[in-house]
Ligand binder design. Structure first.
Ligand SMILES: NCc1[nH]cc(CCC(=O)O)c1CC(=O)O
Length: 311
């Protein structure tokens, strides 16, 4: 039996999470899995992510390798996956989510940072929510992998950076975290902490095999979150946070999905934040309804304000 070829970005974060999924598949199905590193546009370009125009810069090259048959399946960070379906590609499984929260990395907690402290992030969602929490901070746009960003704090160029807690765990850098944000203060990106397995839509046996690592509550949660993003016609670089939880149902009770979502103006002064809930089977509808309510409250206007003002 030949090994399944798993296409992955080459960063430590990506290979760690891909290896984890591959090992789990091997354990559950007996199939060997071999990692195939792929360089994506997002790994090469030095342009600011929010300005790279369009979503999927970490994803397209991997999808090309699926279509050409050079790899059998791919593992992506779900939050990097565009909401629009890709021709000929199937989302075969959503792997159980890690901690979805954002983390502040540096020597001091947010409340202890001095006035005007320099905090690095390239994400309009994080910028807007940081400004809402601490309007005095100097937000510095940065990009590069997590290690590069952490080094800017170690070098004293920045006082802190905000990164996904899940990613820090995967690269063995939880030590850098001084504070993990409560989603009540900072809503994570839709899909943050979850992984997506994709393969070609004509590989029916493979789709069935990959489904063994699908985690239904995570799939329902991220479906609701990503539907908000899709309805708002926003991408991974939009100032949109969305976070859903699915309660483990006691035998007699109905399971329930709870979704919170926000759209924030980049200046942090204005923010629309709403929540809703319902049965996990209605995840998409719950997301759609919440997005409609956000739009009714002016979300589209706030989303227009994408760029980070230098100051
Ligand atoms: N866009 C980069 C990216 N894609 C996924 C993660 C973190 C891991 C995850 O959310 O699964 C990160 C880095 C970050 O936001 O700190």
């Amino acid at each position: 039996m030949t090994a399944l070829r798993l296409g992955t970005r080459k960063s430590l974060m990506a290979t760690t999470q891909s290896r984890r999924v591959g090992d789990e598949l091997t354990r559950l199905t007996g199939h060997a899995v071999e990692l195939v590193g792929v360089t994506t546009e997002g790994d090469i370009s030095r342009a600011h992510l929010a300005q790279m125009g369009g979503t999927g810069v970490f994803v397209s090259a991997l999808r090309d390798k699926l279509i050409s048959g050079e790899v059998d399946f791919a593992v992506h960070s779900l939050k990097d996956l565009p909401t629009a379906p890709a021709e000929g590609i199937t989302l075969a499984a959503v792997y159980r989510r890690d901690d979805p929260r954002d983390a502040l990395c540096g020597p001091l907690k947010l409340a202890d940072l001095p006035r005007g402290a320099r905090v690095g992030t390239g994400s309009p969602r994080r910028v807007a929510q940081l400004r809402a929490l601490r309007g005095d901070l100097e937000i510095v746009p940065i990009r590069g992998n997590a290690d590069t960003r952490l080094r800017k704090v170690a070098d004293g160029e920045l006082d802190a950076v905000v990164l996904a807690y899940a990613g820090l765990g995967r690269i063995g850098r939880r030590d850098a975290v001084v504070e993990v944000f409560d989603p009540a203060d900072m809503l994570p990106a839709p899909g943050q902490g979850a992984l997506a397995l994709e393969c070609r839509s004509d590989r029916l046996d493979l789709i069935e095999l990959l489904a063994t690592v699908d985690h239904a509550p995570t799939r329902a949660a991220v479906t609701a979150e990503r539907t908000v993003l899709a309805v708002l016609e926003a991408g991974c670089s939009a100032p949109v946070g969305a976070y859903a939880t699915v309660e483990d149902s006691a035998e007699e009770e109905q399971p329930s999905l709870h979704l919170s979502a926000c759209v924030a103006g980049i200046d942090g002064a204005r923010q629309v934040r709403l929540s809703g809930s319902g049965h996990p089977e209605r995840a998409e509808e719950i997301g759609r309804e919440l997005a409609a309510q956000l739009l009714a409250q002016g979300a589209d206007q706030l989303m227009g304000e994408r760029h980070i003002e230098p100051r």
